[in-house]
Design a protein around this ligand. Structure first.
Ligand code: AMP
Length: 302
């Protein structure tokens, strides 16, 4: 079944109507109407292929604002030349059904040409916090993220935008951009949603073979190990990192991209844990690159 993206007015799910737009002009006008009517608007940008993590962001958005808009856009400028832009999983029609079910009001589903028309030549770059973690292993990635998010913010002009803490550095980078460029938007972070066995939900989990899926549990296991070490009084970052690396490499198919123990605001490495500290991981399981993180609290859980 081919959905009419242009405007899906009249589609009713449990009494809820969701409109779907694919042009900037139309969605901009719609969002303007919402603002003009005095209603608040929360925005959830995504690359689609929805899992429960995405849906929790939308539910959080619903609680915060009168109207919820999502975008589904696999953004080519945040993928490196050897990365998985072409093969990134896509299921727009299934996504629209799920979004409607959780009460999203508007879905923006633009084409690449709509976002990057001929002649496009502007990029938004955040400096400091992009120079760590994924910024090192994925050069240019965050420039793509900040550019598309800045565009989407200008298109939708939301009061609030909701992001997942699973992509901790992305949340940090966007928060920085919003502050530095005076976007009048409140950024809200939602805790990571996990599978029952602990694996952080991710669209890329669909790449994993059953054996790799088992190995992928090493990410959450190593976050738990580090948390336990800190609760036993360990404070040296090197000691924690070594234990985490060893645990990960004891699982088949794994290759460590980074294990970082760092300041949760600046993302700079720390040697000794004093206050809340971020443990962030990027691990390849087979060809699939997975990330996860947690806050280590030397003074006990917050
Ligand atoms: P993506 O479609 O991967 O670009 O993700 C869209 C938004 O969903 C981002 O703000 C992500 O941080 C968030 N997200 C992805 N996976 C999860 C998860 N497991 N839990 C919470 N948020 C998530």
């Amino acid at each position: 079944m081919q959905l009419e993206y242009h405007c899906l007015k009249g589609v009713d799910f449990k009494g809820h109507e969701m409109e779907v737009f694919r042009t900037v002009a139309e969605v901009q006008e719609k969002c303007e109407q919402i603002r003009f009517s005095g209603k608040s608007l929360a925005f959830v940008p995504t690359m689609g292929f929805f899992h429960q993590g995405h849906l929790e962001l939308m539910k959080a958005a619903r609680k915060i604002a009168d109207k919820v808009i999502i975008s589904i856009f696999v953004n080519p400028t945040q993928f490196g030349p050897t990365e998985d832009f072409e093969t990134y999983p896509r299921d727009t029609e299934g996504d629209l059904v799920k979004a409607r079910e959780v009460g999203v009001d508007i879905a923006f589903v633009p084409s690449v040409e709509e976002i990057y028309p001929e002649g496009f030549q502007t990029m938004v770059k955040v400096q400091g916090v992009t120079q760590h973690l994924c910024g090192l292993s994925r050069p240019g990635h965050f420039d793509g993220v900040t550019t598309v998010v800045a565009k989407l913010f200008n298109i939708t002009k939301p009061h609030v935008a909701v992001f997942g803490q699973k992509d901790y550095q992305q949340l940090t980078v966007i928060t920085r951009m919003v502050k530095d460029l005076n976007f009048d938007i409140k950024i809200v972070g939602v805790p990571t949603v996990r599978e029952p066995d602990g694996l952080a939900m991710s669209s890329r989990n669909s790449y994993l073979t059953p054996q790799q899926r088992k190995s992928a549990l090493c990410l959450k296991k190593s976050l738990d190990l580090a948390t336990e070490m800190v609760s036993r009084g360990k404070r040296k970052a090197d000691e924690i990192k070594r234990a985490v690396q060893e645990l990960i490499l004891n699982h088949p198919f794994t290759k460590i991209d980074y294990v970082s123990v760092c300041d949760p605001v600046t993302l700079e490495n720390v040697d000794v844990l004093r206050g809340n500290t971020l443990l962030a991981l990027a691990v390849r399981v087979g060809k699939t690159r997975l990330i996860d993180n947690c806050i280590l609290s030397p003074s006990g859980p917050e």
